[in-house]
Design a protein around this ligand. Structure first.
Ligand code: KG4
Ligand code: ZN
Length: 339
């Protein structure tokens, strides 16, 4: 069976072909980062317009790369939740139109389920396992029992981890998205924790990252580098302070992840592995640290290669494949659900 999947939930226009026999056949992506950069974050209206412009050529690329045509496709899949309403609509309308014209089955896929199962694009992960997903829009921990069967153990009560990186990066005058730049600065000072930012007080397996930004802003204000009134830097923050903030932030977020994973392991000792996915999983330092933690607990650790960590359609096609095998199709009235 060949699946063509479309992903437009946020700021990537993506299409991919997955074969249930041969695995991933293509993974075509247009990233809108350059369009949103000057605004320091994703502008929904710009995102939807760009999806309209790119969706046809990105889909054509995915088919070409997979050396097939629409006639070789058995199932069409599309991310229909959660995400930006305008962005989701482009992908869903486009895919429904293709499915209807070709009279082929369609499946709406949960973007977060895509991230949870993205490690399977490259690895065979044993069940049950703990899956940590962290990106600009979500951060959550799951106990994954089987394909399509997982329990949400905890999620962020406010900002996502990637959002924390992006917001602090903006304060430091770094480009959007901030995560990779924070990592570069932190590396310059060897990932040392200089400022011991609060690790959060959320009990249980939920996360909270918004206090972190406040703590950093107050700390900067104390040092006379930030004006809390105007919410602007009061003077140029010296490079070494930027490096130290980036490093302390990164260590702090890593510690929060490891604490939650450790609590989850104590509660669910049946877990056979740990996985880490989503845009933040591109972070080499955090990947290595979780890898060490997993090894100490005698568990294998799986993290997708970077192209499958950030938003992509390959993970959507993979989820669609196991749903199609169970005949879990939708009809042509498929709608979006932004939440
Ligand atoms: O999964 P993704 O591409 O899109 C969302 O669904 O949000 O994730 C983007 C997020 C951004 O917040 C970005 O700063 C973060 O992933 N990110 C990183 C790194 N690369 C991307 N965060 C930390 N370190 C990185 N190297
Ligand atoms: Zn995502």
């Amino acid at each position: 069976m060949n699946i063509l999947a479309i992903e437009t939930s946020c700021d990537e226009t993506a299409a991919a072909v997955y074969s249930t026999i041969k695995g991933i056949q293509s993974n075509s992506i247009f990233s809108q980062i350059d369009l949103h950069k000057e605004f320091g974050g994703v502008v929904p209206e710009i995102a939807s317009r760009s999806h309209i412009e790119k969706i046809t050529s990105i889909t054509a690329n995915a088919l070409k790369e997979a050396v097939c045509t629409l006639h070789n496709i058995d199932v069409l899949a599309v991310t229909n939740r959660p995400g930006l309403p305008g962005s989701l609509l482009i992908g869903v309308c486009f895919t429904k139109a293709m499915a209807w014209a070709l009279q082929k089955p369609i499946i709406g896929i949960n973007h977060l389920e895509g991230h949870i199962f993205s490690p399977f694009l490259e690895y065979s992960v044993p069940f049950p396992h703990l899956a940590l997903t962290a990106s600009g829009g979500h951060t959550a921990l799951y106990l994954v029992h089987d394909f399509g069967a997982y329990d949400l153990l905890g999620h962020t009560l406010d900002d996502a981890a990637g959002e924390a990186f992006d917001k602090i990066a903006k304060v430091l005058g770094l480009p959007y998205p901030g995560g990779p730049f924070i990592e570069k600065l932190a590396q310059k000072v060897d990932f040392i924790d200089f400022f011991f930012y609060p690790r959060g007080t959320v009990s249980g397996l939920n996360f909270s990252f918004s206090g972190l930004k406040t703590a950093i802003l107050y700390d900067l204000a104390d040092k006379n580098f930030f004006d809390l009134q105007t919410k602007q830097p009061s003077t140029q923050i010296p490079e070494h302070i930027k490096n130290e903030i980036a490093s302390s932030l990164l260590v702090c977020i890593k510690d929060i992840f490891i604490t939650k994973l450790s609590q989850a392991l104590a509660l669910y000792p049946q877990a056979q592995a740990i996985t880490f996915a989503g845009g933040v999983a591109c972070n080499t330092y955090i990947r290595n640290q979780i890898q060490e933690f997993a090894a100490k607990n005698n568990l294998p650790f799986f993290v997708p290669s970077k192209q499958y960590c950030t938003d992509n359609a390959a993970m959507i096609a993979f989820v669609a494949a196991y749903k199609a095998e169970k005949n879990q199709f939708d009809n042509y009235l498929l709608d979006i659900n932004p939440r």
